[in-house]
Design a protein around this ligand. Sequence first.
Ligand code: HEM
Length: 136
Amino acid sequence: MLWVKAFHIIFVTSWFAGLFYLPRLFVNHATATNVMVSEQLKIMEYRLYRFMLPLAVLAIGFGLWLWLGYGISGGWLHAKITLVAILMAYHIYCGKLIHDFKLDKNKRSHVWYRWFNELPVLLLFAIVILVEVKPF
Ligand code: HEM
Protein backbone atom coordinates (compact mmCIF):
# COMPACT_ATOMS: atom_id res chain seq x y z
CA MET A 1 0.00 0.00 0.00
CA LEU A 2 2.85 2.40 0.70
CA TRP A 3 3.98 2.23 -2.95
CA VAL A 4 0.45 3.16 -4.04
CA LYS A 5 0.34 6.03 -1.55
CA ALA A 6 3.79 7.22 -2.69
CA PHE A 7 2.66 7.37 -6.33
CA HIS A 8 -0.60 9.01 -5.25
CA ILE A 9 1.31 11.83 -3.57
CA ILE A 10 3.79 12.16 -6.50
CA PHE A 11 1.00 12.62 -9.08
CA VAL A 12 -1.08 14.84 -6.76
CA THR A 13 1.94 17.15 -6.36
CA SER A 14 2.61 17.20 -10.12
CA TRP A 15 -1.06 17.89 -10.91
CA PHE A 16 -1.07 20.79 -8.45
CA ALA A 17 2.01 22.30 -10.11
CA GLY A 18 -0.14 22.70 -13.21
CA LEU A 19 -3.23 23.84 -11.25
CA PHE A 20 -1.14 26.62 -9.67
CA TYR A 21 0.70 27.72 -12.86
CA LEU A 22 -2.06 27.61 -15.50
CA PRO A 23 -4.23 30.37 -13.92
CA ARG A 24 -1.05 32.42 -13.57
CA LEU A 25 -0.72 32.25 -17.38
CA PHE A 26 -4.36 33.43 -17.55
CA VAL A 27 -3.48 36.47 -15.38
CA ASN A 28 -0.70 37.40 -17.83
CA HIS A 29 -2.89 36.65 -20.84
CA ALA A 30 -5.71 38.89 -19.59
CA THR A 31 -3.28 41.84 -19.49
CA ALA A 32 -1.43 41.04 -22.76
CA THR A 33 -1.83 43.73 -25.46
CA ASN A 34 0.92 42.42 -27.77
CA VAL A 35 -0.38 39.84 -30.32
CA MET A 36 2.92 37.89 -30.30
CA VAL A 37 2.75 37.54 -26.52
CA SER A 38 -0.90 36.46 -26.69
CA GLU A 39 -0.15 33.82 -29.34
CA GLN A 40 2.78 32.50 -27.27
CA LEU A 41 0.58 32.27 -24.15
CA LYS A 42 -2.04 30.32 -26.12
CA ILE A 43 0.61 27.72 -27.00
CA MET A 44 1.91 27.54 -23.39
CA GLU A 45 -1.62 27.17 -21.91
CA TYR A 46 -2.54 24.40 -24.37
CA ARG A 47 0.70 22.45 -23.81
CA LEU A 48 0.48 22.75 -20.02
CA TYR A 49 -3.18 21.67 -20.00
CA ARG A 50 -2.41 18.63 -22.21
CA PHE A 51 0.40 17.73 -19.75
CA MET A 52 -1.86 18.10 -16.69
CA LEU A 53 -4.54 15.62 -17.78
CA PRO A 54 -2.57 12.35 -17.36
CA LEU A 55 -1.23 13.66 -14.03
CA ALA A 56 -4.80 14.25 -12.80
CA VAL A 57 -5.94 10.82 -14.01
CA LEU A 58 -3.00 9.07 -12.26
CA ALA A 59 -3.42 11.10 -9.03
CA ILE A 60 -7.11 10.19 -8.85
CA GLY A 61 -6.47 6.62 -10.03
CA PHE A 62 -4.02 5.90 -7.23
CA GLY A 63 -6.38 7.61 -4.76
CA LEU A 64 -9.24 5.35 -5.85
CA TRP A 65 -6.89 2.36 -5.57
CA LEU A 66 -6.12 3.36 -1.94
CA TRP A 67 -9.81 3.82 -1.19
CA LEU A 68 -11.32 0.81 -2.97
CA GLY A 69 -8.26 -1.48 -2.97
CA TYR A 70 -7.41 -1.21 0.72
CA GLY A 71 -10.83 -0.41 2.14
CA ILE A 72 -9.70 2.88 3.67
CA SER A 73 -12.76 5.02 4.40
CA GLY A 74 -14.37 7.47 6.79
CA GLY A 75 -16.29 10.74 6.86
CA TRP A 76 -13.03 12.58 6.09
CA LEU A 77 -12.64 10.66 2.83
CA HIS A 78 -16.19 11.46 1.68
CA ALA A 79 -15.53 15.15 2.37
CA LYS A 80 -12.17 14.83 0.61
CA ILE A 81 -13.72 13.25 -2.48
CA THR A 82 -16.31 16.07 -2.59
CA LEU A 83 -13.46 18.63 -2.63
CA VAL A 84 -11.61 16.59 -5.27
CA ALA A 85 -14.78 16.72 -7.41
CA ILE A 86 -14.66 20.54 -7.14
CA LEU A 87 -10.98 20.38 -8.14
CA MET A 88 -11.85 18.29 -11.21
CA ALA A 89 -14.57 20.83 -12.17
CA TYR A 90 -11.96 23.58 -11.78
CA HIS A 91 -9.60 21.65 -14.07
CA ILE A 92 -12.34 21.22 -16.71
CA TYR A 93 -13.35 24.91 -16.47
CA CYS A 94 -9.71 25.85 -17.14
CA GLY A 95 -10.10 23.98 -20.44
CA LYS A 96 -13.07 26.20 -21.31
CA LEU A 97 -11.06 29.32 -20.45
CA ILE A 98 -8.17 28.14 -22.67
CA HIS A 99 -10.67 27.82 -25.52
CA ASP A 100 -11.98 31.35 -24.86
CA PHE A 101 -8.44 32.75 -24.97
CA LYS A 102 -7.69 30.75 -28.15
CA LEU A 103 -10.65 32.45 -29.87
CA ASP A 104 -9.72 35.85 -28.32
CA LYS A 105 -13.08 35.78 -26.54
CA ASN A 106 -11.84 36.17 -22.96
CA LYS A 107 -14.09 38.55 -20.98
CA ARG A 108 -12.47 38.20 -17.54
CA SER A 109 -10.03 40.72 -16.01
CA HIS A 110 -6.58 39.89 -14.59
CA VAL A 111 -7.97 40.67 -11.12
CA TRP A 112 -10.66 38.00 -11.60
CA TYR A 113 -7.95 35.47 -12.58
CA ARG A 114 -5.86 36.39 -9.51
CA TRP A 115 -8.79 35.37 -7.31
CA PHE A 116 -9.51 32.34 -9.51
CA ASN A 117 -5.88 31.31 -8.96
CA GLU A 118 -6.47 31.10 -5.17
CA LEU A 119 -9.12 28.34 -5.25
CA PRO A 120 -6.68 25.40 -5.75
CA VAL A 121 -4.64 26.74 -2.80
CA LEU A 122 -7.67 26.68 -0.51
CA LEU A 123 -8.64 23.21 -1.76
CA LEU A 124 -5.11 21.89 -1.19
CA PHE A 125 -5.15 23.11 2.42
CA ALA A 126 -8.57 21.56 3.08
CA ILE A 127 -7.78 18.22 1.37
CA VAL A 128 -4.41 17.68 3.09
CA ILE A 129 -5.87 18.64 6.51
CA LEU A 130 -8.74 16.18 5.97
CA VAL A 131 -6.41 13.30 4.99
CA GLU A 132 -3.82 13.97 7.71
CA VAL A 133 -6.01 15.08 10.66
CA LYS A 134 -9.08 12.96 9.72
CA PRO A 135 -11.29 15.26 11.87
CA PHE A 136 -14.38 13.08 11.30
C1 HEM B 1 -10.79 10.81 -5.91
C2 HEM B 1 -9.63 11.21 -5.55
C3 HEM B 1 -8.88 10.74 -4.32
C4 HEM B 1 -9.10 9.65 -3.51
C5 HEM B 1 -10.17 8.56 -3.63
C6 HEM B 1 -8.07 9.67 -2.47
C7 HEM B 1 -7.95 8.71 -1.47
C8 HEM B 1 -6.89 8.65 -0.58
C9 HEM B 1 -6.71 7.61 0.42
C10 HEM B 1 -7.68 6.46 0.69
C11 HEM B 1 -5.53 7.87 1.06
C12 HEM B 1 -4.87 7.05 2.19
C13 HEM B 1 -5.16 7.73 3.50
C14 HEM B 1 -4.49 7.02 4.65
O1 HEM B 1 -3.72 6.11 4.47
O2 HEM B 1 -4.73 7.45 5.78
C15 HEM B 1 -4.98 9.07 0.46
C16 HEM B 1 -3.80 9.64 0.85
C17 HEM B 1 -3.47 10.92 0.52
N1 HEM B 1 -4.15 11.74 -0.36
FE1 HEM B 1 -5.66 11.24 -1.55
N2 HEM B 1 -7.27 10.76 -2.65
C18 HEM B 1 -7.74 11.45 -3.76
C19 HEM B 1 -7.24 12.63 -4.27
C20 HEM B 1 -6.30 13.39 -3.60
C21 HEM B 1 -5.97 14.74 -3.97
C22 HEM B 1 -6.54 15.55 -5.12
C23 HEM B 1 -5.06 15.17 -3.06
C24 HEM B 1 -4.46 16.55 -3.07
C25 HEM B 1 -4.11 17.25 -2.12
C26 HEM B 1 -4.78 14.06 -2.15
C27 HEM B 1 -3.86 14.06 -1.11
C28 HEM B 1 -3.50 12.96 -0.36
C29 HEM B 1 -2.36 12.91 0.56
C30 HEM B 1 -1.39 14.04 0.86
C31 HEM B 1 -2.33 11.61 1.09
C32 HEM B 1 -1.26 11.00 2.04
C33 HEM B 1 -1.73 10.92 3.42
C34 HEM B 1 -0.71 10.22 4.31
O3 HEM B 1 0.19 9.55 3.85
O4 HEM B 1 -0.82 10.38 5.50
N3 HEM B 1 -5.56 12.99 -2.51
N4 HEM B 1 -5.83 9.52 -0.53
